[in-house]
Write a protein that binds this ligand. Structure first.
Ligand SMILES: C[S@@+](CC[C@H](N)C(=O)[O-])C[C@H]1O[C@@H](n2cnc3c(N)ncnc32)[C@H](O)[C@@H]1O
Length: 241
């Protein structure tokens, strides 16, 4: 039988830095940290083709694969390197320009179970604390894992940060990846939560309103106004003749 050896990259040793000015529109942005083969983004794209997507993948060869996979899509960009080093530089310009960072996914991240390797995890206290300072409280992080130890450690980190969280059961929008499917087939339980910067300005009703939805609502209101004005005009014309 062939040995399957999987090499983990130490993200802390990858010092590459990126900056992203943003997309050429203000539609909502969805981020996938550790995008791997891009199946999760592909699943979301089918349901939400109007959103913009940012794939972050530390393994340069996977990032190259992702660029090829999504080369037809103007609304998908891929960055290699350590996501925790680059997140602010990649997202803040868009957020400042008025785009809504809708969701940041951290799906099945490498667990780095040894205590001395914990700092290589994507979600660390240091990283989350740094994001509290600039991230819009309406942005939702989604964290999914089959590792109870990693999940519990992440909850403990959230308890020490200015983040609120809640657990949930089903895959978001029904989208899963081969990775998740393999874990489920092997009988493993999946742990899921969403979290966000705890702040009074996070308004759950407002959450649902994105720049995109507002734009659609505006266009609809414009169309309705046009129809009403046209009807009024023709009624007026009929009266006059
Ligand atoms: C276990 S795989 C999960 C893949 C995918 N998210 C899924 O659910 O199918 C974890 C992925 O995260 C990537 N990764 C690990 N640390 C990272 C970091 N600091 N920045 C970006 N990607 C990272 C790995 O290279 C790998 O592709």
């Amino acid at each position: 039988m062939k040995n399957r050896i999987r090499h983990h990259v130490n993200p802390l040793s990858i010092l590459k830095e990126h900056h992203f000015d943003g997309f050429d529109n203000l539609y909502d942005i969805v981020v996938d940290i550790g995008a791997f083969k891009g199946e999760f983004i592909a699943g979301l794209l089918e349901q939400f083709p109007e959103h913009n997507y940012i794939a972050l993948e530390v393994r340069a060869r996977m990032a190259q694969y992702l660029r090829k996979r999504f080369k037809e899509y103007d609304n998908v960009v891929v960055f290699d390197g350590d996501a925790t080093r680059n997140l602010k530089n990649i997202l803040l310009p868009s957020q400042k320009a008025g785009a809504f960072i809708r969701e940041i996914y951290v799906n099945f991240p490498d667990p780095w179970p040894k205590k001395r390797h914990n700092k290589r995890r994507i979600i660390t206290k240091k990283f989350l604390k740094s994001t509290e300072e600039w991230l819009d409280p309406r942005t939702t992080w989604i964290f999914q894992t089959d590792r109870k130890d990693l999940f519990d450690d992440t909850v403990a980190i959230l308890d020490e940060c200015n983040y609120a969280y809640e657990f949930f059961d089903a895959p978001p929008y029904g989208v899963t990846t081969d990775w998740e499917n393999a874990k489920v087939t092997a009988g493993q339980k999946i742990y899921r939560m969403r979290f966000w910067v705890a702040a009074p300005e996070r308004n759950v009703a407002e959450d649902k309103k994105s720049a995109y939805e507002n734009a659609v609502a505006e266009r609809l209101a414009g169309a309705v106004a046009f129809v009403i004005l046209t009807v009024l005009y023709w009624c007026g014309t009929d009266d006059g003749h």
